[in-house]
Design a protein around this ligand. Structure first.
Ligand code: PLP
Length: 469
């Protein structure tokens, strides 16, 4: 095939616009947007030609009457679906960072929607009419849930760690951390790098596998500002290892008149009357971290807590108010929508309804109760032509670097499309409406009911039928 001749087949943007006529020019956005979309389509085809993924004959077919118009319509449709749309999470990964981590409870979402649409009591006291703090109620709720004296909320846990460091050790003062705890959390949050950006000096102690209390004691000097412990959320070191419990570090800090902080990552809180989230291995609980006697505990809102995205810091009154007085707090604080969502989540927890939170519900679901759901899904998928669906025993993961060693027993539907490879099927599912995300394993696509609602499952059957059609 002559690729040079194929290139000459491609119309110019002008010619294409003339050909498409009102179909392009009457789009909302008018000529300007139509031009962009046509250019995008032609550029893509040009790239395919260059990569020899398209030849003259196929290009000719794409440019045939009707075909070109449909291709343009598809570009328009895809553009309309860009950005943040609802997806069906069939991965079984409960806290899927790529898919937005924790979905919130319907009542929480409602509270967030109402706050977004209206004025709210944010920084004003209803009785006196005077200015107040925006997270006063949240601080009270978190104190009740964790036993801490006070709390403050920022954008995410990365911001929480940054605020703690910048408040206590800004100006090059030293923060003592064990070498074994200098973690990188997904998305390039590296504890040592955050420390540098927060203007503090990292004082590494111990070795990768073993750190002792004496290492902390020896590291304390003139410039020491803070002793910090970091939970190694997303990995475990095994074998000849030793780490110092927070209680011992906190005790040492107190003796030397220093503050101490514990970055927990996942903020596991078992609310009153809720079934405890057992089966998550050694994942530390916020209550225990508070009881260990450290001044500050930092954790995420949207990991095991199942709340909207936030960085939560609980601790002693004096230290929390120092955080509040740091000018950088202003750049990290939460908006009314997130605060409304957090307050609503904590209200549910304090009302003894913590088990209704979607994240807890999904994590607590047993393999026994998933099995009939997998069987029903497999049966529904049996009606889709060109598809084989069987039920297999599998394992789901909590996700988001929480409890990295923990696998929750589950049953999945194993799907093989007779005419499609598993990667092609996954791609079609992602591009479908609504998009479906699942995982590939050993030549098949696995659908895990753990992260599906019943209505998701029904939509999933339609999405699967469309993907293999
Ligand atoms: C997840 C995690 C963070 C970052 O939290 P985000 O809420 O994602 O910003 C920081 N430290 C630890 C130990 C974590 O596990």
């Amino acid at each position: 095939m002559d690729q040079a001749r194929a290139f000459r087949l491609l119309p110019s943007v002008e010619e294409a616009l003339v050909r498409l006529g009102p179909r392009a020019l009457d789009l909302p956005g008018g000529r300007e947007r139509a031009t962009e979309l046509v250019r995008e389509l032609l550029d893509r085809w040009r790239q395919d030609l260059r990569a020899a993924a398209l030849d003259e004959a196929s290009l000719g077919a794409r440019l045939a009457p009707g075909a070109f118009e449909s291709a343009f319509d598809a570009v328009v449709e895809r553009e309309a679906r860009r950005g943040m749309v609802r997806v069906i999470n069939a991965t079984g990964v409960v806290l899927n960072t790529g898919l937005g981590r924790a979905p919130v409870h319907a009542e929480v979402a409602k509270a967030m929607g109402e706050a977004a649409m209206s004025y709210v009591v944010l920084e004003v006291d209803r009785d006196s009419g005077r200015r107040s703090e925006r997270d006063q109620e949240l601080s009270r709720q978190l104190a009740r849930l964790t036993g801490a004296q006070a709390a403050i909320a920022v954008n995410n846990n990365a911001a929480a760690v940054y605020l703690v460091l910048s408040t206590f050790a800004w100006g090059g003062r030293e923060v003592v951390v064990s070498r074994g705890e200098l973690v990188e959390i997904g998305g390039a949050f590296r504890v040592p790098e955050v420390m540098i950006r927060a203007g503090v000096t990292l004082k590494e102690i111990g070795t990768t596998n073993r750190t002792h209390l004496a290492d902390y004691a020896q590291a304390i000097g003139e410039k020491t500002a803070l002793l910090m412990k970091v939970h190694t959320s997303n990995y475990r070191v095994r074998g000849f290892v030793h780490e110092v419990p927070m209680a011992e570090i906190a005790g040492l800090a107190q003796q030397r008149g220093l503050p101490s902080a514990f970055d927990l990552g996942s903020g596991l809180i078992d609310p009153p009357k809720a079934a405890p989230l057992t089966g998550l291995g050694d994942e530390p609980r916020v209550v225990e971290a508070v009881q260990s006697g450290c001044n500050l505990v930092t954790f995420s809102g949207d990991k095991l807590l199942g709340a909207p995205q936030a960085g939560l810091i609980v601790g002693t009154k004096a230290e929390i108010s120092l955080l509040r007085r740091n000018p950088i707090y202003r750049a990290l604080r939460l908006d009314k929508v997130s605060l409304a969502g957090l307050e609503a989540t904590f209200r549910l927890m304090l009302d003894g309804r913590g088990d209704e939170l979607p994240v807890r519900r999904m994590l607590l679901t047993t393999a026994e109760s998933i099995l009939p759901r997998a069987q029903a899904l497999a049966q529904a998928l049996a009606s889709v032509p060109r598809l084989d669906a069987t039920v297999v025993e599998e394992r789901s993961q909590p996700g988001s670097g929480s409890a990295p060693d923990v696998f929750l027993p589950t049953s999945c539907v194993r799907v093989v499309a007779r005419a499609l490879g598993e990667e092609e099927l996954l791609m079609r599912l992602r591009q479908g409406e609504p998009p479906v995300f699942a995982r590939a394993h050993a030549g098949a696509v696995l659908l895990d009911p753990r992260t599906l609602t019943d209505s998701d499952a029904r939509e999933l059957v339609r999405a699967m039928a469309a993907a293999v059609a």
